[in-house]
Design a protein around this ligand. Structure first.
Ligand SMILES: Nc1nc2c(c(=O)[nH]1)N[C@H]1C(S)=C(S)[C@@H](COP(=O)(O)OP(=O)(O)OC[C@H]3O[C@@H](n4cnc5c(=O)[nH]c(N)nc54)[C@H](O)[C@@H]3O)O[C@H]1N2
Ligand SMILES: Nc1nc2c(c(=O)[nH]1)N[C@H]1C(S)=C(S)[C@@H](COP(=O)(O)OP(=O)(O)OC[C@H]3O[C@@H](n4cnc5c(=O)[nH]c(N)nc54)[C@H](O)[C@@H]3O)O[C@H]1N2
Ligand code: SF4
Ligand SMILES: [Mo]
Length: 724
């Protein structure tokens, strides 16, 4: 389906859903004669999208044309203090200004801040409001490199799991999503497929029609878990123990693939010795399973072919999540599951997309900054510390305090851990805060300036995916409403006002797309696996598979069948050479999280708390829309708890319950859920400003970091609950 294939007065434009979702759907937008989008639909020609969209984006025009969209630049009115504003009252705290005035004022303040405190006192804060290559990080990266602003370590989502996978395999590749339909066993481990990765589901359904079994390992009974053949409601943060226990059984019973291990892996002897310690009985005591269940799972996994592992990011949001992912990732190597098409596993396919990042982001511009060197790095998962104490990624002070914060593609007031610290930091009257947004969020309530941003219908971008192997072009379908402008436009304009003279600040989106693709003299990409792709073909076809995924001889793509891999030994590493070189344990081991039932604080705060994502929002996105709220209403602002934990506290269904720890408190309505493990409570992320206390689940979460990747530990949290 190509752009404009429908006869006038309608046009159909190929766009790509740019929300932070593995599926990266191809979205066909129908635009009428007046230039208004009248329909969005999944592209039936895209093999993963398969012609349907999730419930969130099927209603996307509600977001694009929402009455509460921010349409003009806004400036905080003099004398209005920073802090939560009631919904619908936000406009009153701000006054409308023109783009020229806004850009001039922001540029002047950034210059002044850089001169007074050094440019590292300016911190960009962005994540994945859009995951398009341009929108996620292009002109903005150039801007902050040239400015000398602090670099942001973007750890909030996938860093622990990504580092872990790479330690084992060298690169994030996985079983193609389409091939899951060939599996005879699908093991969904910390993966909320129905909620977060819906386009994998039809593949699993097809596999099950052919006799496959689905096993789900998740403390929470998701819709996916409820539909599974076997739901293992594991205790949070104990997955590493389970993986080691499975290895114990597999090796004990000789179920490993010796030929594959000999050819493709490094460190089996050490791993075998380590796994010996993890008897099913010990593992049962940690996970809450029975020893027989640990054995059954190991046998079923090792003897069913093909066995496909959908390891998603739920596991790695625990304090020991990096090691847990590393141990789980070793399972298909131990059993040789990669050898069978439809088997193997996937945590992310993002390693396959070799964008020319250096050309897109231009890190060498840091040398032209007043620093003359790359700036210090601040971890986004410890924003509270950075704003309150000026500390960096390792919790140490380096460089100046943060005096200016530039937020785009993110809503840290809602999504960052230790919300009370973050909001205290954002309240600092001396902090200059700019937020580029589409709606009045928990973060814009603290802004000095708010700038209106675009949806993916309103700008052009190119996108890969972390759940498939297609390069896709997202063409601008409609004009932005009001004076909304894209991220690329904003940072290009701001660069001019700052007096940055480098040519790259004038690049158009199409030029940056050509740079990302590294288009060569023949008009085709020179990037590995994209050599067959030209911008012209992308405009015509919308989406094109990476070369290995569209082998002309019809050879299926199966990763990790031949070496050398991008690890130090060139092999799949059971015993990590990288970790060993750092003086760390190269082998996986299980240590329970500090905030777990085994932790020192479990006496005071005995409940393990999961502040999970909502199935009908995208992190904090969509939470302002009535239709989405209605879909989420059953669990919205509820605390789900096991009836035994509720009874022990005199709590009944529907009671107001206060959960609390040293960091914060949140009052929710009790929803009894007997499918939760005892000692585990759960609630979903919402906008703080929609709660009477101005808080959400992140009022309870901590800034403690994961064992690998220095990522956030959203799922290692202890609380107590009491009837309010
Ligand atoms: N509808 C919807 N879709 C989304 C998002 C959204 O907010 N809403 N967010 C998007 C984003 S940013 C991402 S990163 C992906 C993430 O998608 P997923 O990788 O699925 O990540 P999570 O939803 O964080 O966690 C998945 C599951 O892990 C479970 N879990 C929690 N702790 C543990 C544990 O210790 N062990 C095990 N085995 N499981 C555990 C949770 O209960 C949850 O059901 O989804 C994307 N898609
Ligand atoms: N308790 C708890 N906390 C969590 C999680 C959890 O599971 N539990 N999940 C974590 C994870 S995995 C992630 S990835 C983070 C997500 O954190 P964020 O990436 O901050 O995700 P969103 O909440 O979706 O906020 C993105 C914002 O960007 C805006 N936006 C969208 N498109 C554009 C654009 O083109 N330009 C600009 N300037 N803005 C745009 C949206 O309107 C939205 O407000 O949250 C983390 N926080
Ligand atoms: S959020 Fe995910 S499933 Fe929904 S349309 Fe976007 S890419 Fe597809
Ligand atoms: Mo994420």
């Amino acid at each position: 389906m190509s752009a404009g294939s429908l006869s006038a007065p309608f046009r159909v434009v190929h766009t790509v859903c740019s929300h932070d979702c593995p599926d990266s759907c191809a979205v066909l937008v129908t635009v009428n004669e007046q230039g208004r989008a009248v329909k969005v639909a999944g592209d039936p020609a895209q093999p993963v999208t398969q012609g349907f969209l999730c419930g969130k984006v099927a209603k996307y025009l509600d977001r694009v044309y929402a009455p509460d969209r921010i349409l003009y630049p806004l400036k905080r009115k003099a004398g209005v203090p920073k802090g939560p504003l009631r919904r619908g009252q936000e406009q009153e705290a701000f006054e409308r200004i023109g783009w020229d005035e806004a850009l001039d004022a922001i540029a002047a303040r950034l210059k002044e801040t850089a001169e007074r405190y050094g440019p590292e006192s300016i911190l960009p804060y962005s994540y994945a409001g859009t995951i398009g290559v341009l929108g996620y990080g292009s002109m903005d990266r150039r801007f902050f490199h040239r400015l000398g602003g602090s670099q942001l370590d973007r750890t909030i989502c996938a860093e622990a799991g990504g580092v872990a996978w790479n330690l084992v395999y060298g690169k994030k590749l996985g079983t193609p999503t389409e091939d899951f339909r060939l599996a005879k066993l699908v093991l969904a481990w910390g993966a909320n497929i129905h909620g977060n990765n819906i386009h994998l589901w039809p593949m699993i359904e097809q596999a099950r029609r052919n006799g496959a079994r689905l096993i789900v390992i998740d403390p929470y009974r998701t819709r996916t878990a409820a539909l599974a053949d076997w739901h293992i409601a594991i205790r949070p943060g104990t997955d590493g123990a389970l993986a080691l226990g499975m290895m114990h059984v597999i090796l004990n019973e000789g179920l490993e693939d010796r030929a594959y291990i000999a050819e493709m892996t490094h460190g089996i002897d050490g791993l075998a010795e380590r796994a010996r310690e993890y008897t099913p009985e010990r593992v049962a005591a940690w996970t809450g399973m029975t020893a027989a269940e640990v054995e059954q799972l190991a046998r079923e996994y090792a003897t069913t072919r093909p066995a496909a592992l959908r390891l998603n990011y739920g596991v790695q949001r625990s304090e020991n999540g990096g090691t847990a992912v590393r141990a789980i990732a070793m399972l298909p190597a131990l059993t040789g599951a990669w050898k069978h098409r439809g088997g193997g596993g996937q945590i992310s396919t993002s390693g396959a997309f070799a964008w020319n990042k250096a050309a897109v982001e231009r890190p060498e511009l840091a040398l032209a900054s007043p620093l003359g060197r790359p700036a210090r790095v601040v971890n986004m998962s410890t924003l509270g510390q950075a704003l309150e104490q000026g500390s960096d990624v390792r919790g140490q002070r380096s460089g100046p305090d943060v005096h200016a914060l530039f937020v785009y593609n993110s809503n840290p007031g809602a999504v960052a851990p230790n919300q009370n610290a973050v909001l205290r930091g954002l309240s600092r009257p001396d902090l200059f805060t700019v937020v580029h947004e589409l709606f009045f969020t928990d973060t814009t309530d603290y802004a000095d300036y708010i700038l209106p941003a675009t949806t993916f219908l309103e700008h052009t971008d190119i996108q890969g995916a972390y759940g498939h192997y297609f390069v896709q072009l997202s063409q601008q379908a409609i004009e932005p409403p009001g004076e909304a402008r894209s991220n690329v436009w904003l940072f290009s304009q701001l660069a001019q006002r700052m007096g940055f003279t480098q040519e790259c600040f004038r690049d158009t989106p199409e030029e940056i797309i050509r740079q990302a693709l590294a288009i060569g003299p023949d008009g085709r990409s020179t990037n590995a696996a994209m050599e067959h792709i030209s911008l012209e073909d992308l405009k015509e076809q919308g989406h094109i598979p990476l070369s290995f995924h569209a082998d002309p001889e019809g050879k299926p793509f199966q990763p990790y069948l031949a070496g050398p891999l991008a690890t130090p030994t060139g092999k799949i590493e059971f015993d990590s050479q990288v970790l060993a070189a750092q003086g760390l344990d190269g082998l996986p081991a299980f240590v329970p999280p500090t905030e777990s039932r085994w932790g020192a604080d479990a006496g005071r705060y005995p409940l393990e708390f999961l502040g999970r994502k909502a199935d009908n929002y995208m992190n904090s996105t969509f939470a302002n829309l009535d239709g989405h709220r209605k879909m989420e209403s059953r669990t919205s602002q509820r605390l789900e708890m096991h009836p035994a934990d509720a009874a022990a506290r005199g709590i009944a269904e529907g009671d107001a319950v206060r959960i609390f720890n040293d960091r914060g408190t949140l009052t929710l309505t009790a929803l009894l859920n007997p499918s939760l493990p005892t000692g585990v409570v759960s609630a979903r992320m919402d906008w703080a400003k929609l709660h009477p206390e101005g808080a959400n689940v992140n009022a309870l979460t901590s800034e403690r970091l994961t064992d690998l990747g220095a990522a956030a530990t959203f799922y290692s949290v202890l609380v107590e609950a009491a009837k309010a």
